[in-house]
Design a protein around this ligand. Structure first.
Ligand code: ADP
Ligand code: MG
Length: 548
C-alpha cells in the first residue's frame, strides 16, 4: 500500500490495470452525488457490472484510516456460497493496494480460517445468510457499527427462504445504516422488504421493464421427452469448443445428465446443493480455466455467477419462473459479449414456454435440434477457421513439418487432420424434427444457423425488400428459401442468409462483383442489433405483405 495515494485514486488505478477503461452505465449511475449516503434499490441487467457498482458505492462508508481497530462498517450478503466468494474475488482486485480489508463468512467454508481472519478487524464482512446468522448468535461477529448493508441478488434471498435470517441479521445492525438492494429482477416481495428495511430509498434502474437483453439470443428447440438428452448432446456437439452451462430442475436430473454426458465423451462437471462446497468450487474452477467445457447445474448456479467466456446456456428443464429464465440466461452475454440461451421444450410444455416468454417479454426463435449434417458442416467450418488462424511453425516444429511433407501428400495430410479433429468426439444421431403447430406465435427460424450481411444502402437510397431479394438470389446464385430476414434501415440494410450455403454464396458474389458493384455485401461477425417486428417475422408473411 502506498500511503500517499488515497483509496479512490488507487481504485481508479486498479480499474485501469484491469483494462476497464469505462464504467458501465449502472456503475456511473451509482456514483452520482445524490446517491452517496442514501438507500437505494438498484436494478440493472445480468452481467452489467453490479458488483463493482456496489464496490464503488460503499467506499464512502469506509473510514480512510486502518490503524484504529474497529468493528466492520460494511456488510454484504449474497444468496449462494459461490456468489459470495466471487464477489469477494471481484472486490479483492478492486481494492487491492488500498487499506480496505474484506473477510468472508460463507457456509461450507472452514470456520477456523474465517475466525482467524475476523481477528484482523476487517472493514467489510461478506457472507451467506446462514453463516452470518450463526456467527452473530455466537458473537463471533459484531455488526453494531455497520454503516452500509448490501444485499446482492436481494429477491433470490427471499425466494430461497432466507427472510428470517435476513431480518435477524439486519436487526443486529444500526437503524441509521444505509441499505442497498441489488438485482436484475425485482418481485413484490422485495417491495415489502424495502419498505421494512429501507428509508426513502432511491430507485436506480438501467433496464426497461421486460426489455430483452440485446446480447442474448434465445432459441426454443422442440423435443420429445424421449429425445431430449440427444437434443442436448447434439446441441453441445454443434457448439463444440464453446463453454456451456446446462440447467436442470432437480439435483437428480443434474446427476443423471452429468453421467450421460460424461459417458458420451463430453468434458463435464456439475454443481448442485448435493455436492460439498469443495466439489462445487472445483467444478467452477474447472469451467473457468477451460479444463471442462460443460457444467450441468441446478438453479444454485443461476444467480450472479460470472463465468467469463461462457457462450451458451441450455435449459434442459424449463425454468419455473420468468426470473429464473432471466438469471439462468444471464450467465451468458455478460459485459458486452454475445451469448445464446437455448430452451429445450417438450411438446407438453409448450404452453408453459409461451407463458414464460410472454411474461418476460422475451422473443425466442424456434429451431430444430441440430442434426448430423448440421454438426458435420459446423465441424468443417471450425477446421477451416483453425487453419485460417494458424501461426507459422516454430523452428522445432519445422523439423517435423519438413519430414512429414517429404513422406505424405496433401490429401493424406488433410485426411489425417480431419480425423484428428473428430477423434473421441460424440458421434451425433439424427433426431426427428417435430412440426410446429400454427398456434405458435413465437418466431420460427428456418435455418439451424444463419449469417448476416450488411449493405451500406438503405431506405434513403430507395432500397426496397423485393429489389434486394431479387438481386441477392440473382447475384449470389441462391434460392429464395435460403434468405431469412431482410431489414432496411435509413442508411443500411441487413440480410440474413442460411449458413449452409455460405461458401457457395460467397464465391458467387466474388465472381459477380464486377458486374454488380452496388451489391457490396459485408459479412458481419455477429447478428446485428436491429429491432425485428414481433409479428410477421416469418419471411413468407413479409413478402406476402410487400407484394400487396
Ligand atoms: P452483474 O452482477 O451485473 O450480473 P458482474 O458484477 O458479475 O455483473 O460483472 C459482469 C462482468 O463484467 C464481470 O466479469 C466484471 O468483471 C465485468 N465488468 C464489470 N465492470 C466492468 C467495466 N467497467 N468494464 C468492463 N468489464 C466490466
Ligand atoms: Mg451480480
Amino acid at each position: 500500500m502506498n500511503p500517499f495515494i488515497n483509496i479512490e485514486e488507487q481504485i481508479d488505478a486498479n480499474l485501469k490495470l484491469r483494462g476497464y477503461t469505462e464504467l458501465t452505465s449502472i456503475q456511473k449511475a451509482i456514483i452520482e452525488k445524490e446517491i452517496t449516503g442514501r438507500d437505494a434499490i438498484v436494478s440493472a441487467q445480468t452481467g452489467s457490472g453490479k458488483t463493482i457498482a456496489f464496490g464503488l458505492s460503499i467506499v464512502s462508508n469506509i473510514p480512510n484510516n486502518n490503524k484504529v481497530k474497529k468493528p466492520p462498517s460494511v456488510l454484504i450478503i449474497a444468496p449462494t456460497r459461490e456468489l459470495a466468494l466471487q464477489v469477494q474475488n471481484e472486490l479483492d482486485w478492486l481494492y487491492s493496494k488500498t487499506s480496505i480489508c474484506i473477510v468472508s463468512c460463507v457456509g461450507g467454508m472452514d470456520m477456523r480460517t474465517e475466525k482467524r481472519n475476523l481477528k484482523k478487524f476487517p472493514d467489510i464482512i461478506l457472507g451467506t445468510p446462514g453463516r452470518l446468522k450463526d456467527y452473530l448468535e455466537r458473537e463471533v461477529i459484531n455488526l453494531s457499527k455497520v454503516k452500509v448493508v448490501v444485499l446482492d441478488e436481494a429477491d433470490e434471498m427471499l425466494n430461497l427462504g432466507f427472510r428470517e435470517e435476513l431480518e435477524y441479521i439486519l436487526s443486529q445492525t444500526p437503524k441509521e445504516r444505509r441499505t442497498l438492494l441489488f438485482s436484475a429482477t425485482f418481485s413484490k416481495q422485495i417491495e415489502k422488504l424495502a419498505s421494512k428495511f429501507q428509508n426513502n430509498a432511491l430507485r436506480i434502474s438501467t433496464v426497461e421493464k421486460n426489455k430483452q437483453h440485446i446480447d442474448i439470443e434465445y432459441h426454443a428447440i422442440k423435443v420429445t421427452s424421449n429425445n431430449i438428452e440427444y437434443a442436448i448432446m447434439n446441441t453441445l456437439r454443434y457448439y463444440e469448443g464453446k463453454k456451456s452451462l446446462v440447467f436442470c430442475g432437480t439435483r437428480a436430473n443434474v446427476n443423471h445428465l452429468t453421467s450421460r454426458l460424461n459417458n458420451r465423451g463430453f468434458l463435464v462437471v456439475s454443481i448442485s446443493g448435493e455436492l460439498s462446497q469443495k466439489e462445487r468450487l472445483n467444478a467452477l474452477r474447472s469451467i473457468k480455466n477451460g479444463h471442462s467445457k460443460v457444467c450441468v447445474a441446478t438453479d444454485v448456479a443461476a444467480r450472479g455467477i460470472d463465468l467469463p467466456n461462457l457462450d451458451l446456456v441450455i435449459h434442459a428443464d424449463l425454468p419455473k419462473t420468468k426470473e429464473s429464465l432471466v438469471h439462468r440466461s444471464g450467465r451468458t452475454g455478460r459485459a458486452g459479449n454475445k451469448g445464446i440461451s437455448i430452451l429445450m421444450v417438450p411438446q407438453d410444455k409448450n404452453k408453459q414456454l409461451q407463458r414464460l416468454l410472454n411474461n418476460s417479454g422475451i422473443i425466442a426463435e424456434w429451431r430444430n435440434p441440430p442434426n448430423r449434417d448440421d454438426i458435420i458442416k459446423q465441424d468443417d467450418f471450425n477446421i477451416m477457421q483453425d487453419l485460417k488462424n494458424l501461426d507459422k511453425p516454430s523452428e522445432e516444429e519445422n523439423i517435423l513439418v519438413e519430414k512429414i511433407l517429404k513422406k505424405y501428400n496433401q490429401k493424406e495430410l488433410a485426411t489425417a487432420l480431419i480425423r484428428k479433429f473428430r477423434e473421441n468426439k460424440y458421434t451425433p444421431d439424427d433426431l426427428e424434427p417435430i412440426k410446429n403447430s400454427n398456434k405458435e406465435k413465437t418466431k420460427l427460424l428456418k435455418f439451424q444457423k444463419s449469417v448476416w450481411f450488411k449493405l451500406k444502402l438503405g431506405s434513403r437510397q430507395k432500397i426496397e425488400k423485393h429489389y434486394l431479394l431479387h438481386k441477392i438470389t440473382e447475384v449470389g446464385k441462391i434460392n429464395k428459401k435460403d434468405i431469412g430476414i431482410i431489414k432496411i434501415e435509413n442508411e443500411n440494410s441487413f440480410i440474413e442468409i442460411n449458413f449452409r450455403i455460405l461458401d457457395k454464396f460467397l464465391s458467387s458474389l466474388e465472381n459477380n462483383n464486377k458486374s454488380y458493384p452496388e451489391l457490396d455485401l459485408i459479412l458481419l461477425k455477429n447478428k446485428p442489433n436491429i429491432s425485428i417486428q414481433k409479428k410477421s417475422t416469418y419471411l413468407s408473411n413479409k413478402f406476402k405483405k410487400t407484394k400487396k
